[in-house]
Ligand binder design. Structure first.
Ligand SMILES: [Zn+2]
Length: 146
């Protein structure tokens, strides 16, 4: 998925769920984190490609950070915790979004799973992203009515 769609889908889902702009901003930073740490393809395209969607896209890392935070083992402080938690949530949403257009690691970094609903950068990807935004809006509106 393109970064712009990662940002939009993740931002809308997190804002819909929390209604909090700061949490949304952290999640949107997390939404490109797994790709950002892989670096740019540049001249070494094939070596980048081999590492693409590797350990940085392994959900267990982000779930483990959230679990460790739940246990109170990391530095305390409302904003620091919120920031770290929502960066992890954004990264997890990124991985879930990538799993819809290719394969990502699951239980082990070398065991990749996913379904290819669309090709990255295709019209279908943008239609899918718009549908995700609309669905989030509809669910949010339904919950607000109750
Ligand atoms: Zn990715």
């Amino acid at each position: 998925m393109k970064w712009v769609n990662h940002e939009i889908v993740t931002g809308v889902i997190v804002y819909g769920a929390t209604g909090d702009l700061l949490s949304t901003a952290f999640a949107m930073a997390g939404a490109i984190f797994p790709d950002k740490v892989e670096g740019r393809p540049g001249a070494k395209y094939w070596s980048w490609r081999a590492r693409h969607r590797g350990w940085s896209h392994w959900p267990v890392i982000y779930i483990a950070i959230l679990a460790v935070m739940q246990m109170g083992l990391l530095p305390q402080g409302a904003d620091v915790e919120k920031g770290a938690a929502f960066i992890c949530i954004g990264a997890l949403l990124h991985i879930a979004e990538d799993a819809l257009c290719g394969k990502v690691p699951f239980l082990f970094p070398w065991q990749k799973v996913g379904i290819k609903l669309f090709t990255v950068g295709s019209v279908t990807e943008y239609v899918f992203s718009m549908a995700a935004v609309l669905l989030t809006y509809i669910i949010h509106a339904q919950l607000m009515l109750k």
